[in-house]
Write a protein of this length. Structure first.
Length: 155
């Protein structure tokens, strides 16, 4: 018996939903365009705050009030001299192309297949060729170090 009442309520509710959707779609609405007149420009007024916040309330984490710092009425301006750093010469990376990696069966290490300046090389992780050192090998990229600089090369 309750199933029939619930089915009737369900049909009634969905009927109202679809009726409202149909009603909203089929109503003719007119678009009314109105002209908005521009307001005159108002001069910007700069007001400075004339009060100071007294933040001497109790700190909820420390459990004590914050002691106010003394305010110096005659501030002294400090002139900082800029430190001029000499620009380092840009490091010229060799032409590197990553072709993939191989898992070595005997040692279990990854071996990267690289073309460095159009020369084929097989390099283990941690080993060096000239100034280049292989630090990490991934499926799609390899991370090389040259001194302190690190660069990632993709396939």
């Amino acid at each position: 018996m309750i199933q029939y009442a619930m089915a009737a309520a369900l049909i009634f509710i969905w009927g109202r939903v679809f009726y409202r959707m149909y009603k909203n779609i089929k109503t003719n609405t007119e678009v009314v365009q109105t002209k908005v007149e521009a307001f005159e420009a108002i001069e910007e007024i700069n007001l400075f705050d004339t009060f100071k916040i007294a933040a001497n309330y109790r700190d909820p984490f420390l459990g004590r009030a914050k002691e106010p710092k003394p305010v110096n009425s005659n501030p002294v301006s400090v002139v900082h001299t800029p430190v001029v750093k000499t620009p380092e010469a840009p490091v010229q990376w060799p032409l590197v192309s990553y072709k993939g990696f191989i898992n070595d069966q005997t040692s279990g290490k990854k071996m990267a297949l690289l073309y460095i300046n159009d020369k084929s090389n097989k390099i283990y992780v941690g080993s060096k060729i000239g100034e280049l050192q292989v630090s990490k090998v991934y499926r799609d990229s390899v991370e090389l170090k040259m001194g302190k600089l690190v660069k990632v090369f993709r396939k």
